[in-house]
Write a new protein. Structure first.
Length: 306
């Protein structure tokens, strides 16, 4: 494990623009707070909930008065909302240095997104994939600037190990309850976060791209899972109490990946800064290419163009 202290180990971020999805709470809010202390040009908070997003900005600016923020309302479970968010961002910013795909849902009951995709896969992978796709041209331009260090950070989970045996059930991604369990559906979406990061890294070498697992963290994701399932309600609090870390520590890995010098593109990192292989499925570049092609085909319509 790498020793990492955000207060002292994050270097000056002057001139940099950072976009954090789910920056209204938990790991995203903590990441925004720590980044704000290092003089970025602007931090964009993407959040479905306007009230919570603005409250997070108020909270951080009370601690870091000079921090500059922009709030963009965005629902990752509705691709039209993601498109509108990207369009607003591009109309108000001329560069993007760090995209932290942080937001997510975990082990929720069966459901579909506004566009008819399994809710966890649609939110955790597809919404972020569209956002990344739409912001990528600006990130490539930013990467050409002298002294730039452009990065995309995808939050994943050790639960990618819970994905189905075939990895991603492409034929079932419009089904609310397949794969058969909520944790398996969550694992499938988290596997997709890793594979998509690896494929992005292969295709866009001028940008540093990594997938990061934050560890077991005491966040609202755990609360949501406990509300959804009786067994989780009974066991998760005990497990989290003994092995879980507070949000302040839990955000270290994504902050390290977003700012540290030793990060290698295409890697999967466990806390903090530990490069790991992940499962055999997480290393399957044929599956990564298949996911890429499947994802690209979702965005062929004119409604996904800028």
């Amino acid at each position: 494990m790498i020793s990492f202290n955000p207060e002292t180990d994050i270097l000056d971020l002057s001139g940099k623009v950072i976009f954090i999805t789910g920056g209204n709470a938990g790991l995203g809010k903590e990441a925004a707070l720590q980044i704000a202390k290092h003089n970025p040009s602007k931090i964009i908070i993407g959040s479905r909930d306007r009230f919570k997003g603005l409250a997070a900005i108020d909270f951080i600016t009370n601690i870091v008065p000079n921090a500059k923020f922009q709030f963009i309302q965005m629902d990752l479970a509705a691709l039209s909302s993601v498109h509108a968010a990207a369009k607003l961002f591009l109309s108000t910013n001329i560069r993007l240095d760090i995209l932290m795909n942080n937001a997510g849902i975990m082990a929720v009951p069966p459901g579909l997104t506004a566009d008819g995709y399994e809710i966890q896969f649609g939110t955790n992978h597809l919404g972020h994939a569209l956002l990344t796709r739409l912001l990528l041209p600006l990130m490539l331009v930013t990467a050409e600037q002298p002294g730039s260090d452009v990065r995309i950070i995808n939050l994943t989970s050790d639960s990618h190990k819970r994905a189905p045996v075939e990895g991603i059930q492409f034929d079932n991604l419009r089904s609310a309850d397949q794969p058969s369990t909520a944790m398996m559906r969550y694992g499938q979406s988290k596997l997709a976060n890793i594979l998509y990061a690896k494929e992005l890294a292969k295709r866009y070498p001028s940008i540093k791209i990594a997938a990061v697992h934050p560890g077991v963290v005491k966040t609202d994701l755990q609360v949501t899972m406990r509300k959804s399932f009786l067994l989780a309600r009974l066991l998760a609090p005990v497990f989290t109490y003994f092995v879980g870390v507070e949000v302040e520590e839990g955000a270290h890995n994504q902050l390290w990946a977003a700012t540290a010098k030793g990060v290698k593109s295409g890697e999967l990192y466990y806390p903090v800064g530990q490069s790991v292989e992940g499962t055999e499925l997480a290393r399957n570049m044929d599956l990564a290419a298949e996911l890429w092609e499947w994802t690209e085909k979702r965005f062929t319509g004119s409604e996904y163009k800028l």
